[in-house]
Design a protein around this ligand. Structure first.
Ligand SMILES: [Zn+2]
Length: 69
């Protein structure tokens, strides 16, 4: 997969988009099943999963199903 040509909003040229990320986050709970804190590797885990559309331009709100339209 080539990252050479990054998608830009065709309306305003912005390169940042809102999208969705579904993932499992490992957390630490106490003996009452109450959330205490995130697992220390949670930051890295955000880049382990592939985000998916629809994508919305963070600048002008233009919607895209894929970042190549
Ligand atoms: Zn835009």
């Amino acid at each position: 997969m080539s990252e050479a040509k990054s998608f830009r909003c065709s309306n305003c040229g912005c390169e940042e988009f809102y999208c969705n990320l579904r993932k499992h986050i490992i957390v630490i709970v106490n003996g009452s099943n109450k959330f205490l804190k995130e697992h220390k590797e949670v930051k890295r885990s955000y880049t382990d999963e592939e985000p998916y559309g629809p994508y919305e331009c963070t600048n002008c709100g233009m919607l895209y199903n894929e970042l190549n339209e």
